[in-house]
Design a binder for this molecule. Sequence first.
Ligand code: MIC
Ligand code: SF4
Length: 657
Amino acid sequence: MGLNVTEKILLAHVKKKGSADCDAGGVPWTAGEEIAIRIDQTLTQDATGTMAFLQFESMGLDKVKADLAVSYVDHNTVQVGPENADDHAYLQSAAAKYGAVFSKPGNGICHQLHLERFGAPGKTLLGSDSHTPTGGGIGMIAIGAGGIDVAVAMGGGVFNLNAPKVIRVELTGRLQQWAAAKDVILKILDVFSTKGNVGCIIEYGGPGVASLDVPERATITNMGAECGVTTSVFPSDDTTRQFLEAQGRADVWQEIVADEDATYDRTVNIELDKIEPMAATPHSPGNISSVMSLSGTKVHQVLIGSCTNSSYRDLKTVAKILEGRKVHSDVELGIAPGSRQVMCMLAREGSLGKLLESGARLLENACGFCIGNSMSPGTNEVSLRTSNRNFEGRSGTMSARVFLVSPQTAAVAALYGHVVDPRSIEEISCPVVRLPKKFDTDDSMFINPPKDRSELEVIRGPNIGNVPQGAPLPEDLSGVATIKVGDKITTDHIMPAGKRLKYRSNVKAYSEFVFENTDPDFASRAANHRDAGLHNFIIAGESYGQGSSREHAALCPMFLGVRAVVAKSIERIHLANLINFGIVPLVFENDADYDKLDEGDRLEIREIAKAVKGDGRAELTIDTKNISIPLKTDLSDRQKKILKVGGLLNSVVGKKK
Ligand code: MIC
Ligand code: SF4
């Protein structure tokens, strides 16, 4: 039986197999069961990395054992106050001490840099950032996870995941003028939506693949994260080889394509020649419309960049559109290149001058606006962005309306002051950009760890807090429905980033902002319950914990005494993070029971420890209403053990004792 790309890579890395018999040539697992894989490379970024390295230390790990670990600084680079720089100093010194490569602030966005300088077809990459799947653009199995899972992998430990269902997206034809890779992934989000795809990997195939270059493929795999899939992957073909050769890394190339008779759990056809300019409208990457249907919408701000669309290809395209033209008087245009390589190449060839001459503001080559730590739009303003998330408030302005579009659509809107379908414009011809035969490479902002590290000290400024330890799971849970939220609650709702990002290394301070924009009193209420010996419950609708990998969305609630999330469904990375921090993830047996619960209800789950250990069935009693609701949790034996002891940290430390 033939294998697909996903199966080939997973099979080469699987350490704990599943139950299927693969003598016939298939894979030794069935979709849904937990398998463990070896991780070749890890990636951390500063906003999740400080906690990942603190946890690495707390677990008693003392050196990187993965083939490569890179610690990037790209999220917190605004440096208002000493906190960010304290974090950077900690990260740089910890990387040196434990054997990771350190990427200095100013080098670029982790995903763009990793694709350029380190990624390799056929390898596994685990990153403490949900857009790690960008690496799927060059045929890697690249997965986003919580920081503590990445810390374990850095130390040489396996990564556990549910064996995926593999969905083939069959690409045919080629993109027509003004249609971009971003429009392809927006179309895919329209088909798949942002929920219901947990446990799947999207694998691209078909004759259309050859027409997409690596930056285009990486845009597609990057934003696949918004579908909630485990990752997305393209085959590694001659286009991949050319890209790696242009980066001076042809030696890491290998061909990885699906066998002719490979099978898939589902196939979806996308005709590239039918793709038209698309947009995600407020406030979800899954609210998809055509750009044509939005034409005329007045735009106040246009921001081009983020790990989705900040490649040399993207920005050169924008430069060609803006060349010799001026940004509309009512529009603020900001451009953030993805890496120093991109920025330097644009500068050397003159494209940067064209961008600046048009009236664009040059922003730092970092996450910046995308994480909401700068460039917030004005009240009620419309912001057109090339990034991947337009969750309410993520831009830093609750009333802003953020639309996600391609660089082409963004650049044209910056000139006209309103949304325009670029295909309707006659005076600008559609730019054609080809990748260079050779990218300018300069790795001087990657700091390699020294060979002899014995004398090195890790620098811990006042912003570097402690890793809070979870408490073992009690026999019974008894407490309060401290908050009830609706569907599609993102990790940005749970644990806001933006101006609060600087507290990432200080859980006590950061936890004061849990649910800040949804319910500003949540944190104090929860802390009061905790101090009174009550357990906090979070009640949620569908797809709870969408979005980022930030484990603080579980860690800070744990600190506030949250012991259970009861939801209609919970997203993959967040579910793993909840377990890692000792919070029991429960779902309703009958979704309609969600309506029976109200905020403030007194709740009880008798014998929760027994339920977790056993078949995962539990009964939630609403004391205030005298009713009971059946709940369930589907856990592997490994997860049961982690929950029992109060989290992964306790579990690892306990095993070492
Ligand atoms: C994001 O895009 O939401 C982030 C910020 O990159 C997060 C990581 C974080 O919260 O630090 C992600 O995608 O995982
Ligand atoms: Fe950075 Fe935005 Fe990419 Fe997250 S999505 S890694 S914040 S650029």
